[in-house]
Design a protein around this ligand. Structure first.
Ligand code: PEP
Ligand code: MG
Length: 810
C-alpha cells in the first residue's frame, strides 16, 4: 500500500511526503510535484513514475493539492492498464493532513479503501480552507481577493467569455494571460459569474477555480487600461490558447471508411515552427498509439534527381519514344494500383492528373529520359503541395511522390529511401507515404517520428492499423540529433524522450515487454469464441473493404465479417466493374474468409461515398438524396449485376446480403424481390451460384430506427449503422469538422433510439448486430450486448480488445 502526493510545487510534495514518512516509515510515499522542468504545475510523467513506485501490487492512494492536479492525475491513471488503474484511489482531501492520516492508516496495515477513507476524513477539500491574503502578490492597490475598489479615475469593465480549450484555465493559459498584461496599468479578476472572483496574478488560485472548456468566465478589469485589457483577456480565452486545433475528432470520416482522397479541405493550418525538446522530452501530436524505444535513424527525402544512365536528365533521348514509354508506365502503374487498397486506388487517381504528366513534356522535348522527366514533374508538384499552408493539401505531397515512384518502377528505376535494415530503430522522417509504413515495419522499425503530417494523413491511418507507434508534427529538433541517439516514443501521448537514463530505459523496456506480451496474448485469445457470463455467445466480426482487410480480419481472430463495404471495392475506379470482375474480386475475399459467416452490403453509393465511375451528383445523390438502397432501386441493372456477382462468388461460403440506407419497410420488400430475381435469373442461366443465407438491412436512418418493428417484420436480421444514425439524428454531416462534436453516440437521443430499436428487434426475434463505429468503442460495447445485440462488427484491429472486454466484463 503506497501513497502518491501530487502538488503544483515540487517542494510542497516533497515536504508533505517527508512529514508523512515520520509517522509511517515503512509506507512508500512518492511525491510528484511541479512540472517536468521544475516549474509550478503538474506533470503526467512525474505522476506516472510516482504511481509506479507507490503501487507495488496492493494499490495506492493519490492525494492532490489544487483542482487542476486531479486532471493530470486522472489522465495518468487512465493510461494504466485497467487492472492497475483499479488499484488506485484518487482522494479529494487536504494534502498535508490527508497524507499524514493516510500514512498512519497504511502503516497500521489498512487496505487501499481504508487508507482512502482515512485521508478523506482528515478534513474538507483544500479549497475549503481560509483564503490566504494575496494582497502583496497582486498589487499595491488590491485588497485580498475581492474585486479592488476602483478609484475615481479608474474605469471598470466587465466581460463574460466562454472557455473553449478542453483543459481550460490551467497554469499555462493563466501564465499567458498574465504575460499579456505585463506593463499595463490594470488589475484583473476572474471567476465564475455570481461567485467570488480571484486576482489573475494569483496563478494557483485561478487554476484552483478549475475553469474548464464550456465554462463561462467573468472577467473584471479596472484601471486606466481596463477596456483594452478586458478585450485582450477575453480574446485569449476565447481563442483557446492554441489548444483546440488538435482536438481529436470523434468519428472522423477516415475512421468511418470514407474515401481519404475525398476528404477535402477541412483546413487545419500547419503550426509555425515545431515543438522544442524541454528537459529531454519533446511533446508533439499523437499519431498511432504504442510505446517504442530504439536508436534514431533519419530517413532522407526521396532523391530530387535520379542518377544512372536511364535517368539522365538532359541528353539525346528520342522524345517520341520516351513519351510513349512514360505514358505506358503511367498506365501500367495506375492499373496495378487501382487493384490495391484504398490508398493505392487513390494513388492511381493521382496518376491520371493531366498536369502531372504535361509538366514532364518540356524535359522530354529537351531529350531527357522518361524517368528523369517524370521525376522532375513529380518533385516540383510534390514540393508545391508540401508548401501549402493547409495541412490536408500539404499531406498530399507524399502521395504524389509515392504514386510517382510506382511509375518509375515501371520504367525500371527503383527509388527506395528506406534502409534495408532498421532492426529496432525509431525512424525520423519529414513525412511518409502510406505504402512506406508496411515497408518500415518489415525492415524492423519500431516507431516513427514525423516532423509534419496530420492525424488524417494516409500514412498515419495505415500506421494505426498496423500498430506502429507514431508521433506527428514533431518539428525538426529530433532530426538534428546525432544518428543513433536513443529515443523513447509514446504514441498515445505524443511524446519523445531523448537519451533516457539507465533506470528509465529499463522501465520502458519492461513496459514494452509487458505490452507486447499482453497484445500477443490478447490476439491469440481472440481466435476463440466469446461467451458472456450468462453463456450467451457474441460474434465479434470485422468491417472490411478490401482483400487486405479480409486478411487482417482473419489474423485478428474475427468470427466472420459483419460488413463488407462493397463500395470501397469500386470507389475510385474509372470504369464500373462488370459482373465477372465483381465476382472475381469477391471470390478472392471470400476465399480468405473460408467458412466464416460473411455479410456483404450491396453498394452504398452517394453521400460521403462518391463512386467516381457512377458520376454521382453531390446534390441529387447527397446525404439526403438518392443514395444507398435508394440509388440501387433506381438503377435495377446495377443492383442485379452486383447481386448476381455476390451469389456466384458465394459458392462454398456462408454469405448473407444486406441493404444500406433503408428508411421504410417497403424498400426492404423491394430489395428482397431484387434478390429473388437475381437468384431466379442465375438458376435459368446455369452458372454455378449460391443463394444468400439471409437477407438483412442496415438501420442507420432515424425513420428505420423508430419503425424498427416494421423493418424487422420483413428482414432476416438488422445491423445498426451508428455512424449514419448518429449523423442523421443529430443533423450533423459526418464529413464536416465544424459539427464533429455532435457526432457523439453517447448523446441521449442516440441512446434512446438504440434502446427502442433493440427492443423492437429482440421482441420480434430478429437478430440485431451493430456495425457502426460504436461497436468497437469499449465504453459502448457492453451496453450494446446488454440490449440484446448478438454481433459486434468492428475494424479488424479492434477485435482482440473487444473480445477481451466481453469475456472479462460481459
Ligand atoms: C454506418 O453508417 O454506421 C455504417 C456502418 O456504414 P458506413 O460507415 O459505411 O456508412
Ligand atoms: Mg452508413
Amino acid at each position: 500500500m503506497g501513497l502518491i502526493l501530487v502538488s503544483h510545487s515540487a517542494d510542497l510534495a516533497r515536504g508533505s511526503a517527508e512529514l508523512a514518512r515520520q509517522m509511517a516509515p515503512s509506507v512508500v510515499i512518492a511525491p510528484a510535484g511541479g512540472t517536468d522542468d521544475g516549474g509550478i504545475g503538474t506533470s503526467f510523467d512525474l505522476i506516472n513514475e510516482a504511481i509506479a513506485k507507490a503501487d507495488t501490487g496492493d494499490g495506492a492512494v493519490l492525494l492532490y493539492d489544487l483542482g487542476s492536479a486531479v486532471l493530470t492525475a486522472e489522465m495518468a491513471v487512465e493510461f494504466l492498464d485497467p487492472e492497475a488503474a483499479a488499484r488506485i484511489r484518487i482522494v479529494d482531501a487536504p494534502l498535508v493532513e490527508g497524507a499524514v492520516s493516510a500514512a498512519v492508516t497504511a502503516e497500521g496495515g489498512g487496505d487501499v479503501d481504508q487508507v482512502a477513507a482515512s485521508a478523506r476524513s482528515a478534513g474538507g477539500p483544500s479549497g475549503d480552507g481560509p483564503e490566504p491574503d494575496i494582497e502583496a502578490s497582486v498589487s499595491a492597490r488590491s485588497a485580498g481577493d475581492s474585486v479592488p475598489a476602483p478609484d475615481a479615475r479608474d474605469q471598470v469593465v466587465k466581460a463574460t467569455v466562454s472557455v473553449v480549450n478542453p483543459l481550460g484555465l490551467h497554469a499555462r493559459p493563466v501564465a499567458a494571460l498574465i504575460r499579456a498584461l505585463t506593463g499595463w496599468d490594470v488589475q484583473v479578476t476572474i471567476g465564475r459569474p455570481g461567485e467570488p472572483p480571484v486576482h489573475l496574478r494569483a496563478v494557483l488560485r485561478v487554476v484552483g477555480l478549475a475553469l474548464r472548456g464550456g465554462d463561462t468566465v467573468e472577467v473584471i478589469a479596472s484601471g486606466p487600461d481596463a477596456p483594452d485589457a478586458a478585450a485582450i483577456v477575453t480574446a485569449l480565452i476565447s481563442g483557446g490558447f492554441g489548444e483546440t486545433v488538435d482536438r481529436p475528432r470523434r468519428l472522423a470520416p477516415a475512421a468511418m471508411g470514407a474515401a481519404p482522397a475525398r476528404m477535402g479541405n477541412a483546413g487545419t493550418l500547419r503550426p509555425v515552427g515545431g515543438p522544442a525538446i524541454v528537459n529531454s522530452v519533446l511533446r508533439a501530436t499523437p499519431g498511432a498509439p504504442g510505446l517504442a524505444m530504439g536508436p534514431l535513424v533519419r530517413l532522407d527525402r526521396a532523391p530530387r534527381q535520379l542518377t544512372g544512365d536511364d535517368a539522365a536528365a538532359g541528353g539525346d533521348h528520342d522524345p517520341a519514344t520516351e513519351r510513349d514509354r512514360l505514358d505506358g508506365a503511367i498506365a501500367a502503374a495506375a492499373q496495378k494500383l487501382s487493384a490495391g487498397n484504398q490508398f493505392e486506388v487513390a494513388h492511381a487517381i493521382l496518376l491520371t492528373d493531366p498536369e502531372l504528366r504535361s509538366a514532364a513534356d518540356a524535359e522530354l522535348d529537351a531529350g531527357g529520359s522518361a524517368a528523369a522527366a517524370w521525376w522532375s514533374s513529380v518533385g516540383s508538384t510534390a514540393d508545391a503541395l508540401a508548401a501549402d499552408v493547409d495541412e490536408l493539401v500539404a499531406a498530399r505531397a507524399v502521395d504524389v511522390r509515392e504514386a510517382g515512384a510506382a511509375v518509375l518502377a515501371e520504367l525500371g528505376v527503383v527509388v527506395d529511401r528506406i534502409p534495408s535494415r532498421l532492426q529496432g530503430a525509431v525512424v525520423f522522417a519529414d513525412d511518409l507515404g502510406p505504402g512506406e509504413v508496411p515497408v518500415l515495419l518489415e525492415r524492423g522499425a519500431v516507431g516513427v517520428v514525423l516532423s509534419r503530417s496530420s492525424t488524417t494523413a494516409h500514412a498515419v491511418i495505415v500506421a494505426r492499423g498496423l500498430g506502429l507507434p507514431m508521433i506527428l508534427r514533431a518539428g525538426d529538433e529530433i532530426g538534428r540529433l546525432p544518428a543513433g541517439t536513443e529515443l523513447v516514443l509514446d504514441g498515445d501521448r505524443g511524446t519523445v524522450r531523448v537519451s533516457p537514463d539507465a533506470d528509465q530505459a529499463a522501465d520502458i523496456r519492461r513496459r514494452i515487454t509487458e505490452m507486447t506480451d499482453a497484445a500477443q496474448a490478447r490476439t491469440q485469445a481472440a481466435h476463440g469464441p466469446v461467451h458472456l457470463a450468462d453463456g450467451r455467445q457474441i460474434l465479434v466480426v470485422a468491417n472490411i473493404g478490401s482483400l487486405a482487410d479480409a486478411r487482417a480480419a482473419v489474423a485478428s481472430g474475427a468470427d466472420g465479417v459483419g460488413l463488407l463495404r462493397t463500395e470501397l471495392l469500386v470507389l475510385d475506379r474509372d470504369t464500373y466493374p462488370d459482373e465477372d470482375v465483381q465476382t472475381a474480386d469477391l471470390t478472392a475475399i471470400f476465399d480468405v474468409l473460408g467458412d466464416r459467416p460473411i455479410v456483404v452490403r450491396v453498394l452504398d453509393a452517394g453521400g460521403d461515398k462518391p463512386v467516381t465511375a457512377l458520376d454521382l451528383d453531390p446534390q441529387h445523390n447527397g446525404f439526403l438524396g438518392v443514395r444507398g438502397l435508394r440509388y440501387l432501386l433506381a438503377h435495377p441493372d446495377l443492383l442485379q449485376t452486383q447481386l448476381r456477382a455476390i451469389c456466384r462468388a458465394s459458392v462454398g461460403h456462408r454469405v448473407s446480403v444486406m441493404a444500406p440506407m433503408v428508411s421504410v419497410a417497403a424498400e426492404v420488400v423491394a430489395f428482397r424481390a431484387a434478390v429473388e430475381q437475381a437468384v431466379v435469373s442465375l438458376g435459368e442461366s446455369g452458372v454455378p451460384f449460391q443463394a444468400p443465407d439471409e437477407i438483412g438491412v442496415m438501420i442507420e436512418v432515424p425513420a428505420a430506427a423508430l419503425a424498427a418493428d416494421e423493418i424487422c417484420a420483413v428482414s432476416d436480421f438488422v445491423s445498426i449503422g451508428s455512424n449514419d444514425l448518429t449523423s442523421y439524428t443529430m443533423a450533423a454531416d459526418r464529413t464536416e469538422t465544424g459539427v464533429a462534436d455532435l457526432l457523439d453516440p453517447s448523446a441521449t437521443a442516440i441512446q434512446r433510439l438504440l434502446d427502442q430499436l433493440c427492443g423492437f428487434a429482440v421482441a420480434s426475434g430478429t437478430p440485431v448486430a451493430v456495425c457502426g463505429e460504436i461497436a468497437g468503442m469499449p465504453e459502448h460495447a457492453l451496453g450494446l450486448v446488454a440490449r440484446g445485440v448478438h454481433e459486434l462488427s468492428v475494424a479488424p484491429v479492434r477485435i482482440p480488445l473487444i473480445k477481451e472486454l466481453l469475456r472479462t466484463q460481459g
